[in-house]
Write a protein that binds this ligand. Sequence first.
Ligand code: GAR
Length: 219
Amino acid sequence: MLERTGAAGQKPLRVVVMVSGGGTNLQAIIDSVKDGTITNTKIVGVISNNKNAYALKRAEENGIPSMCVSPKEFETRDIFNEKLLEAVDSYEPDLVVLAGFLVVIPPEMIKKYENRMINIHPSLIPSFCGKGYYGLKVHEAALARGVKVVGATVHFVDEGTDTGPIILQKAVEVQQEDTPEVLQHRVMEQAEWKILPRAIDLIANGKVQVADHKTTILP
Ligand code: GAR
């Protein structure tokens, strides 16, 4: 577990954010560091698997170093996995944040960053999560099932898909006339862009403990 006391004057938490697309969660993290909602934290790098991700533009506009590591550039998945881990390690992060990173995380990386890697998932885990549930598909499934409450979850990453210890969750109401796109945007605005920065701030200040596959948030 990442030991942090939250004492004044301690070194900022070095965060690497991994992205695949638009990067609105990355933007929420950037804005929260700027406006002081997230404290004791420095975003030291952004890694994308997709060179056209708008998230890379957000990194550039904010003077954050970034790189693209795409599976397409490597002959085998093993080589890609190795290069991805090398890229992450090169930033010497204390915390890795998966903010809409839609690539399966290599097992070596999960092991190395145990309790130091978090993910934002756009549902209230354990609903609508696991293999095949990502991005808009999550909201399509929620509307198809007719649930009245959805939400988002921030959790540590373990070897399963969306199975790691839950850090924060926030519920959002479904409206009668919702489309998957409208619902996705409401979940981002009301839940994801709030709980992801909040989780980073809690970790940066030593407020998250993990034991027995559960977290405790310290006062
Ligand atoms: C977000 O809704 C995030 O929760 C989701 O992808 C979107 C990325 O948006 N992640 C997953 O579905 C992971 N299973 P963004 O690029 O605008 O932050």
